[in-house]
Ligand binder design. Structure first.
Ligand code: NIG
Ligand code: FE
Length: 423
């Protein structure tokens, strides 16, 4: 007789459920009160979804031992939800290690960008790369993220700028979404920089009149799934007016608004995002008090990126002020040629040490709230019956070790499971 259920995880010391009542996000005190069950087992069905969570005796009374395809003994170990990385730029050719030494010697991000390097350097290399080459490197990067515990990742285009290369990047992301185990949320970020020889207004016009209609057609034809629209709203890149125009057009095309704002200069991007109904805004090192209030009221999530502030020696995002005001705080690695970090455990560690978040807040931000930032928290981001069976098993009797052991996740993460499948 073939097994009825895919997987049984038995007798974990702690299972971090995160939440238990179908919450789509956590904020304020609820981030401090994560649901954690002790000495429980988890059942995942053939459809990849969680069927039951409970004490071993209850599970054994309910399910016969032979009904599982596979059983893993989790005594002495902890189970956590798969991590969600709410902000990455993983499709590109050519690294920027030479710029790292320039930055260490004192050059700022914008110095390098304005002298034609930074994003422009990567755009040139990516425009010249084949789809196959980009897919091969994307696959390698996503598999590294998966091994570091990420089971859902947001992937941006944005090193193409022209329509052909942006489509090439989105096709590569689409292929990864279809072929790899990791969950992918795809973001069109054609407004990542102003192409050389154009103004921001001209670039915004191209996006609204040429790129988005073409994208919409491909989406309707079922050739491409794109979920989010992004703009780098920054002094010297896209100003507030161009940002508004692009985001509104993206929203009209059916995309969720999820953009870069208030990173290097205060731009009132948070206020704009709240007004437009953005699902998420990233960075926010320079957010205003009014922006914090507006984002909290609009349930617009803040995707904080501790690697970027660390790498560029920026002031830290005001995580505590945002948390206290009731903003839905999420985390992302910002993996890109500037911030070369695949690891959400390292991101959570940095969020705790540099942004003064507690470990529970950091975990909520890297699971349920990051899933909310991508509009996927109805099916991912916590361990609840009915949700996808995406989880990690760590080789420690206390879950906090995942964050505490700085950079030690390679050793501590024993298994990563996506929809019940052990990767
Ligand atoms: O989120 N700030 C804009 N975009 C990226 C950096 C991309 C790059 O430098 O290549 C970020 O940090
Ligand atoms: Fe970014």
């Amino acid at each position: 007789m073939s097994a009825k259920y895919e997987l049984l995880l038995e007798n974990a010391e702690q299972v971090v459920l995160v939440c238990t009542n179908g919450e789509r996000f956590l904020r304020k005190e609820s981030m401090q009160n994560l649901a954690i069950a002790e000495k429980v087992s988890v059942v995942i069905g053939k459809d990849g979804c969680i069927k039951a969570i409970g004490p071993g005796s209850t599970i054994h009374a309910q399910f016969s031992k032979s009904s599982f395809e596979r059983t893993i003994d989790c005594s002495g170990k902890c189970v956590l939800p798969g991590l969600v990385d709410a902000h990455t730029h993983p499709v590109w050719s050519g690294d920027r290690v030479h710029e790292f030494s320039m930055k260490l010697a004192g050059a700022t991000y914008m110095d390098i960008h304005q002298s034609g390097g930074g994003i422009h350097f990567t755009v040139e290399r990516t425009q010249g790369a084949s789809e196959e080459e980009l897919y091969t490197s994307l696959k390698r990067r996503l598999l590294r993220m998966l091994r570091a515990g990420t089971t859902l990742v947001e992937c941006k285009s944005g090193y193409g700028l022209n329509l052909d290369t942006e489509l090439k990047m989105l096709n590569v992301i689409e292929r990864a979404r279809r072929e790899l185990d990791i969950g992918v949320s795809s973001t069109y970020c054609g407004a990542h920089a102003v192409p050389k020889g154009k103004t921001a207004t001209e670039a915004a016009d191209d996006i609204v009149t040429k790129h988005l209609p073409q994208l919409k057609q491909l989406m309707l034809a079922g050739e491409l799934q794109v979920h989010n629209i992004d703009v780098f709203c920054e002094k010297g890149v896209f100003d507030l007016a161009s940002t508004r125009k692009i985001l509104q057009a993206g929203k009209d095309a059916g995309l969720q608004i999820n953009f870069h704002g208030d990173e290097l200069n205060p731009m009132k991007a948070a206020e704009l995002g709240a007004e437009l109904g953005a699902q998420a805004i990233s960075h926010l090192e320079e957010i205003s008090d009014e922006g914090i209030t507006a984002m909290a009221a609009a349930k617009c999530s803040a995707v904080l990126l501790p690697t970027t502030a660390y790498m560029l020696r920026l002031k830290q995002p005001r995580a505590r002020d945002m948390l206290d005001a009731g903003v839905i705080v999420a985390l992302g690695s910002d993996f890109n040629p500037n911030a070369y970090c695949f690891s959400m455990p390292i991101v959570m560690h940095l969020a705790c040490v540099n942004m003064k978040m507690s470990m529970k807040e950091a975990l909520a931000a890297a699971t349920i709230n990051a899933a909310y930032a991508l509009g996927k928290s109805d099916s991912q981001g916590s361990l609840e019956v009915g949700k996808e069976g995406n989880l990690i098993i760590i080789n420690s009797p206390r879950w906090e070790h995942l964050i505490y052991q700085f950079g030690g996740h390679q050793e501590i993460i024993e298994s990563v499971i996506v929809k019940g499948k052990v990767i």
